[in-house]
Design a binder for this molecule. Structure first.
Ligand code: C2O
Ligand code: CU
Ligand code: CU
Length: 502
């Protein structure tokens, strides 16, 4: 099998080879949720324990096959792959280049990117470049599926000013939740030659969810998952469960933390430390925001934080995902807080903390808006969607239809979007092909302006609240906007924005 470059990149985890797993039976249950599978899936991890406490893995990095620095050329292969997550046991996963998570893609501003993609999955897929400003026909839209056994080339330029932390994942019609749950997602970083934080060592922490059945196989979604998003998953960081990250005391590090879970809100906090926020979805802020005891990372969002370790040698601190209540339609959630990783300091004498520049980059607000649009998130009547594909989660009263245009805009026009959540649970709202700015939030009639300017491609809209954003599309074509709880997206909480050329 022609896996060459990709297999050689897998150094961190042992896989059992490249033989295809028998996937037939595993397809059943996703999106449906028979009661037998549902019962099993309700029990997190079903009694099989993942090993914990290994050193935090370095991510495998996708090799640039081009020697021209202005170019990035690489190959991604999505394929069924058996993985050893538990010693002595094989878990049938769907992976990019055999890696958990998928390999890190590192591009530089100004580069021309060409990715050859092979679909060896038993179903349609696409690669969506979450948060990147790529042309619509290169963005892995559900209208452009790559069929099983087929290949395609994704090709785009990386614009100046887009340095930041992104990710890639499938966007095939109605099977995003399943494909991500089986392992298809990976980190992507865009770099800039003039990075004001280049002197600070950085670590990427890709947080994904994993839920196994008693046979150590990826458990199917149950009816509850269909409503709330996949629950009861173990949180993994760079593919490991509660890994240990060892650092010299006193050191300052820059952490890029990505929430690649289907539906988990990560309210992160580090014992004994505060966090300095320096970046969001679309890259650096104008200035660092220091002293934060916690930061909420909604599904699909990313942050960059600086952490300066205490001077204490041989200490251990937990990076936690604190309990967060996303509404869950009036019920109290079953989701508890969790530990993401352990930060351990070495026995070395304390290092000197890094100098943190007071300003990071100019971040101008988007222009005065030339139009205003209203996006209403609602639930359909009844609970009929639990068993099948009936519309349950709606935008402006409608369920997703890729052949329909739901909203129109003009290339380059700044707009205000009022995203109104009429439901009793939170929805992380995402727009393709753009980075937008939060203007204000509204809760019970009280409007609160955004505390700082930041580039976002996903904004959480809490239950019964609204968020107002300023947004602009720069390329003509069709863009998706949707809830990034993947089960909601698959169930129809998605629309098509038609960007008309100016
Ligand atoms: Cu992260 Cu429509 O995608
Ligand atoms: Cu996206
Ligand atoms: Cu949602």
């Amino acid at each position: 099998m022609k896996r060459g470059a990709s297999v050689s990149m897998i150094k961190r985890r042992q896989f059992l080879g490249t033989a295809f797993a028998g996937m037939g039976g595993l397809l059943a249950g996703f999106g449906g949720g028979s009661s037998a599978q549902g019962m099993l899936a309700r029990r997190p991890l079903g009694g099989v324990a993942l090993p914990e406490g290994d050193p935090l893995d370095d991510l495998s990095v996708l090799r640039n096959e081009s020697s021209d620095p202005d170019e990035f050329r690489g190959t991604l292969v999505a394929a069924p792959t058996p993985a050893t997550l538990i010693p002595g046991t094989s878990t049938a996963m769907w992976l990019y280049n055999g890696a958990v998570p998928g390999p890190l893609l590192e591009f530089v501003e100004g580069q021309h990117v060409t990715i050859r993609f092979d679909n060896r999955l038993p179903l349609d897929t696409t690669v969506h470049w979450h948060g990147l400003l790529v042309p619509p026909d290169q963005d892995g839209n559900p209208m452009d599926p790559v069929r099983p056994g087929a290949s395609r080339i994704y090709e785009f330029d990386v614009p100046a000013g887009t340095a930041g932390t992104y990710w890639y994942h499938p966007h095939a019609h109605q099977s995003v939740a399943e494909q991500v749950a089986r392992g298809l997602a990976g980190p992507l970083i865009i770099r800039d030659d003039e990075d004001p934080l280049a002197h600070i060592p950085e670590v990427t922490m890709f947080v994904s969810g994993l839920r196994l059945d008693p046979n150590a196989q990826i458990s199917a979604n149950n009816a509850m998952d269909g409503m709330l998003g996949r629950q009861g998953e173990a949180l993994l960081v760079n593919g490991g469960r509660r890994p240990v990250h060892t650092v010299r005391p006193g050191t300052t590090q820059r952490w890029r933390i990505l929430n690649a879970t289907s539906a988990r809100y990560l309210r992160i906090a580090l014992d004994g430390h505060t966090l300095t926020l320096v970046g969001t979805d679309g890259g650096l802020l104008a200035a660092p925001i220091a002293g934060l005891p916690e930061i909420l990372i909604a599904p699909a969002q990313r942050i960059e934080v600086l952490v300066t370790l205490t001077a204490t040698p041989n200490a251990r601190y937990r990076l936690r995902a604190l309990h967060y209540e996303p509404g869950f339609m009036g019920t109290t959630s079953m989701v508890r807080g969790d530990e993401l990783l352990t930060l351990a300091t070495t026995a070395e004498p304390s290092a000197a903390p890094a100098l943190i520049p007071p300003a990071l980059r100019p971040l101008p607000g988007l222009d005065v808006p030339g139009a205003r649009q209203r996006i209403k998130l609602s639930q359909g009547m009844g609970m009929g969607m639990m068993g099948g594909g009936l519309p349950g989660f709606l935008i402006n009263g409608r369920s997703f239809d890729m052949n329909r245009v739901d909203l129109k805009t003009v290339q380059g026009r700044v707009e205000l979007w009022d995203i109104v959540n009429t439901t009793s649970m939170d929805h992380p709202f995402h727009i393709h092909g753009t980075q937008f700015q939060l203007v204000s939030r509204e809760a019970a009639g009280v409007v609160t302006p955004a505390p700082y300017l930041a580039w976002l491609d996903t904004v959480n809209v809490p239950a019964r609240q609204s968020a107002t954003i300023k947004v602009r599309q720069t390329m003509p074509g069709k863009r998706m906007f949707h809830c990034h709880i993947l089960e909601h997206e698959d169930a129809g909480m998605m629309g098509v924005l038609d960007v008309r050329p100016r």
